[in-house]
Write a protein that binds this ligand. Structure first.
Ligand code: GLA
Length: 383
């Protein structure tokens, strides 16, 4: 049933991309790629400290339609963001001239992969932009998958690494690898337990007794403009004071040597969150609902109080989800400062209606929530 639903969604997205392509360029596209967004179940703000994460690729994402042109140019149109400036691929090989707006993502990927075949491209998306489900990573992985299919031979994991390099060196966001890796390497039916130190991936099947929801606050945030970079610096500073390069090498007993109160809280979040990822995997496999709920609650509390990346809307959203019958646990997901929550429910029918009602009846007036079920899906692919 779920499979049929996903197939139907993807078919619709492909048709929309084909239509946008044809109405823009006046001929039919030749290639199509789908790259999913992700929802992170637990393991937040740990990846740039070489920690553990537990993301799941979802059925929603970016669909790209493309065909070759004769101009050595990437010409880009998107249903959501309109036309981007054309990117001259020959010039891009020799110098990094940062395109405006969202054109920066495909340009950064093209430069990093040394891609120089001119393409006309149309993009459609059913991901909320800046909503905590990695729309930009999905866009980058979509392009990386397209470029790779036209002459490259990198594995999905290698593509994720190159895209992370593109994002930090060219886009200018010092992000971890979680989002790209989830979009490139997703496994249908499973979430991925990833050790971001050695990049080992364990697909962990999501038991059918659980349903996973994305409860979006609608409050958008821009990663580059947020405090994300500061948090990465603070984690590196805390590790350095304790004689390590990254917090992954720090033991909890060493934290007593950290005199700076703020850095102590940042480090305490990362260390405890890594432990929670390990416990969460066990609880999920055992079907221990109360432990799952406890770990999600602790993760949110730690992100709110120690790491300080939550906000009123996210806290209120978590509270509202927890009041809906069948909710096992909820917490913010993604970078924070806005965006969305992940909520795990016992399976048994659509929660969208009751959740929205509950969220509104808890007095939410300052933002416009939306709720959607997320199905564990496969990674980026040619469709
Ligand atoms: C963003 C980054 C990820 C990760 C999360 C927080 O999504 O792109 O690498 O750091 O924030 O867990």
């Amino acid at each position: 049933m779920a499979r049929a639903r996903v197939w139907y969604i993807h078919l619709g997205m492909k048709a929309s991309a084909a239509e946008l392509f044809e109405s823009t360029y006046g001929y039919a596209a030749e290639w199509y790629v789908f790259a999913p967004g992700r929802i992170n179940l637990i393991g937040e703000h740990t990846d740039y400290s070489e920690g553990l994460v537990f993301p799941m690729a979802i059925q929603h994402g970016i669909t790209i339609a493309a065909a070759p042109n004769r101009h050595h140019e990437l010409r880009l149109i998107s249903s959501l963001a309109g036309e981007a400036e054309s990117i001259d691929l020959l010039q891009l090989r020799t110098s990094w001239i940062r395109p405006k707006d969202w054109g920066v993502y495909p340009a950064a990927v093209a430069r990093t992969l040394k891609f120089d075949i001119g393409l006309d491209v149309a993009i459609v998306s059913d991901l909320p932009m800046a909503g905590g489900v990695s729309s930009s990573a999905a866009l980058e992985i979509g392009f990386a998958t397209l470029f790779n299919s036209l002459g490259g031979n990198l594995t999905p994991l290698q593509l994720a690494k190159r895209v992370q390099q593109a994002e930090s060196e060219l886009v200018g966001v010092p992000c971890g690898i979680m989002d790209m890796l989830a979009s490139a390497c997703g496994v249908e039916g499973s979430a991925l337990l990833v050790d971001t130190r050695d990049l080992s991936i364990e697909p962990v099947e999501i038991p059918s007794r659980y349903e996973i929801y994305l409860a979006d606050t609608g409050k958008s945030r821009e990663l580059a403009k947020s405090d994300y970079g500061n948090r990465a610096t603070q984690c590196a500073d805390a590790a350095k004071i304790l004689g390590s390069k990254v917090l992954r090498d720090v033991r909890s007993e060493d934290l007593a040597n950290l005199n700076d109160e703020m850095l102590l809280r940042r480090a305490r979040h990362v260390l405890s969150e890594n432990d929670r990822v390990v416990s969460f995997r066990k609880a999920l496999l055992k079907g221990d609902d109360s432990q799952i709920g406890y770990l999600l609650a602790e993760s949110h509390r730690s992100l709110r109080d120690d790491f300080e990346v939550s906000c009123d809307e996210l806290d209120m959203m978590v509270e509202s989800c927890l009041k809906v019958p069948g909710c096992i646990g909820a917490r913010m997901t993604g970078a924070g400062f806005g965006g969305a929550c992940v909520a795990i429910f016992r399976a048994g029918g659509s929660q969208n209606g009751p959740m929205i009602e509950q969220i509104y009846s808890s007095g939410v007036k300052t933002f416009k929530p939306s709720v959607r079920q997320c199905l564990p899906s496969g990674g980026a692919r040619i469709i």
